[in-house]
Design a protein. Structure first.
Length: 151
C-alpha cells in the first residue's frame, strides 16, 4: 500500500517584534504573540529593543502566497521512518525587506525536519515589505510554523 504524504505548512501569522505584537490571523481576528526568548544577563548593547510595530512585515502576495512559496520537501529518511513534526522557524525581516537570522525557535524533534524548515524559509523567492513604526521602516521578527505530516 502506497503511503501518501502531505507536507502541511501552516502559517498562523505568528509575527512579533521582539517581545509582543499584534497581527491578523487567517480568520481576520487580532491575536497577540508572546516571544518567550529572554535577553536577561546580556550586556546592555546586546539586549534587544522591545517595541510594537505599527504595521507588520508582509510577504509579497500576502500570507497565502507565502504558504505556496514555502516549499518544504519531506526528508526521505523521515518519510521512510514515519517521522512527523512541527518546526517553528523564527527570522528577522530587515528594513530593506530581506530575511536574516533564520533559526529554529522550537524544534520538530528531528534535525532533518528542522534543517528542511530552515532551508525552505531561506529559499523563499518573494520579497517582503518591512514593518514600520511611526512611519519609519524597522527590522521585525517573524515566526512561521512548518508542519510535516504523513497521510
Amino acid at each position: 500500500m502506497k503511503r501518501l504524504f502531505f507536507c502541511l505548512i501552516t502559517l498562523s501569522a505568528a509575527c512579533t517584534s521582539a517581545a509582543f505584537a499584534s497581527c491578523m490571523d487567517f480568520a481576520g481576528e487580532r491575536i497577540t504573540i508572546v516571544d518567550t526568548t529572554s535577553d536577561e544577563g546580556l550586556p546592555p548593547q546586546q539586549k534587544q529593543k522591545k517595541f510594537t510595530v505599527d504595521t507588520q512585515p508582509v510577504y509579497q502576495g500576502g500570507n497565502v502566497q507565502l504558504m505556496k512559496d514555502l516549499a518544504a520537501r519531506y526528508p526521505t529518511e523521515c518519510f521512510a521512518e514515519g517521522i512527523e513534526g512541527l518546526a517553528i522557524v523564527k527570522f528577522t525581516v530587515t528594513k530593506r525587506g530581506r530575511i536574516s537570522g533564520v533559526h529554529i525557535q522550537k524544534t520538530a524533534g528531528n534535525a532533518l525536519l528542522d534543517a528542511e524548515a530552515v532551508r525552505a524559509v531561506m529559499a523563499l523567492p518573494g520579497k517582503w515589505t518591512p514593518a514600520t513604526t511611526k512611519g519609519k521602516k524597522v527590522d521585525a521578527v517573524f515566526v512561521v510554523p512548518v508542519r510535516f505530516v504523513l497521510r
